[in-house]
Write a protein that binds this ligand. Structure first.
Ligand code: GEK
Length: 243
């Protein structure tokens, strides 16, 4: 049974910047399912993408792994021998809980190593798959290109980067359309207008959404010649970029 997310359910005197602390960790599976349209489909499909692009004797990285959903989906599908998944998150509470969940998961031939570290410091090497599932949006925009360049350099030829993000739109009408539908999605999942607006304020400075064109240009600047949208639901998009 998932613990329900009620973090922003009552009026708060002061809205502090969103943090991935113990309170968020305790409700994270419920929060992400009710907040990100298509989250479950994205996770299960990421396993399929990883299974296609994983290469023998290589590393598959899950950067900003939270509770390890992507790692578990990749681990279930990857069949290539000698693959190891490296899951990284800089929230100690997330990694501690992710390790407990991993210990409870079904046996697998694919090893998962979990690390509490900043993805801006982690060495990316001998990689066949790198996943940034809803993580780049929490990295300051000025540091995003350098990170993508390091990922590109650490990928083997033919390797895959998956980049999933909440996106913004240049044209106000498109922004309004997707934002309204995203809020309807949250209301349909039981969030009140107060919860939606307080969470929005908490995320304002820590989660910076950019346009799809901006992400595609940056991927090209980092070296990726191919970057294709494989998933979109409202203002949530996932791209597959190949080296
Ligand atoms: C999922 N991928 O379930 N270094 C390491 N981790 C970071 C950093 C950083 N610099 N910045 C943020 N994080 C997951 C969902 S959640 C998305 C990813 C969301 C971590 C942060 O601690 C959090 O666990 C994660 O990135 C973002 O598929 O909650 O919207």
């Amino acid at each position: 049974m998932k613990k329900p997310d009620a973090i922003y359910a009552t009026p708060l005197d002061e809205i502090i910047d969103f943090q991935f602390d113990e309170r968020v960790v305790a409700v994270f599976p419920d929060m992400i399912q009710r907040s990100v349209p298509g989250y479950s489909l994205m996770i299960s499909t990421l396993g399929i993408l990883a299974a296609r692009y994983a290469q023998q004797d290589s590393f598959c990285y899950d950067l900003g792994c939270s509770l390890g959903a992507v790692s578990l989906a990749m681990r279930q599908r990857i069949v290539q021998p000698g693959c190891e998944i490296i899951a990284v998150d800089n929230s100690p509470a997330m990694i501690e809980r992710a390790q407990q969940l991993l210990a409870r998961a079904a046996e697998s031939r694919v090893k998962v190593s979990m690390r509490c570290a900043d993805i801006l410091d982690v060495k990316i090497e001998n990689a066949s798959v790198v996943v940034l599932n809803l993580t780049l949006q929490f990295i300051p925009p000025a540091q995003r290109l350098a990170l993508l360049r390091r990922i590109y350099a650490g990928l083997r030829p033919g390797g895959l980067l998956v980049l999933s993000e909440k996106i913004a739109f240049d044209q106000p009408a498109r922004q309004q359309f997707h934002q309204d539908l995203h809020h309807d999605f949250k209301r349909a999942n039981g969030y009140t207008d107060l919860e939606i607006s307080q969470k929005r304020s908490a995320l304002e400075k820590v989660m910076i959404a950019e346009t799809l064109a901006c992400h595609q240009q940056r991927l090209h600047a980092a070296g990726f010649g191919f970057a294709e949208v494989w998933f979109q639901c409202f203002n949530f998009v996932s791209l597959g970029a190949l080296k």
